[in-house]
Design a protein around this ligand. Sequence first.
Ligand code: PAF
Length: 279
Amino acid sequence: MQIVSTVAEVRTQVKAWKREGLTIGFVPTMGYLHEGHASLMKCARERCDKVVASIFVNPMQFGENEDLDSYPRDLDADAKLCEEIGVDLIFHPEPGEMYEDGFCSFVDMNGLTKELCGKSRPVHFRGVCTVVCKLFHIVTPDCAFFGQKDAQQLAVIRRMTKDLNMDIEIVGCPIVREADGLAKSSRNTYLNEEERRAALVLSRAVFLGQRLVGEGATSAEALITAMKAEIEKEPLARIDYVEAVSMETVEKVETIEKNVLVAMAVFIGTTRLIDNFIV
Ligand code: PAF
């Protein structure tokens, strides 16, 4: 497995693979990899001849008072996991390699980013779209793999790829959970013991929502009220949002039907966690 830090090195290797007629699977990450990322890489490994992963904590997708500086980083552990899974190349650039002096071009999206995380993190998706677009141009993959835990991000990337005629298949992979239900996230590492226990309220609310939908619930309002009531039982939890939206447009819906995304963001102490299910 190679670990490279420049755009030129990635391009040279990918071009060589393409000359041999090999397909490229790409997993963009911000590192501090866990089993959720591993599942994306394994999926890429099964689907494509070569697997490229990027590890880059993208400053552009963090707001002013967010956790850019404290975001966890561990390149050695990440490289070990990638090697075990059979990743062929890690792209680990410095911020200056991605955003040279004078950088002033952005990918912005008008729709899909007004609700959910887009509402509470106004600059987030501009940063995500810009960096993913750049990474797609650098790696030129056939397929790219994203987790359903960031369901709005998955919808946004699908839309961007379609709107900008990028010839890349976007593959969404299911949420990976801890044995007790908590969705895997690099940010779980911020939780102390008490908060870790309290964080289970997110998956409890997801499982409750899934059960109610399974029993025939169709009113989004009633479903959200029930899920919020479950979360509010936990004193350490503060709801940012619980919403039901269309998975395609990320606009609010009144009726729960196929392809509706029921998503939440909840602060546990100062840590903001997300979880969801798709009907
Ligand atoms: O999901 C993430 O880790 C990031 O948003 C991504 C897609 C790697 C872009 O920085």
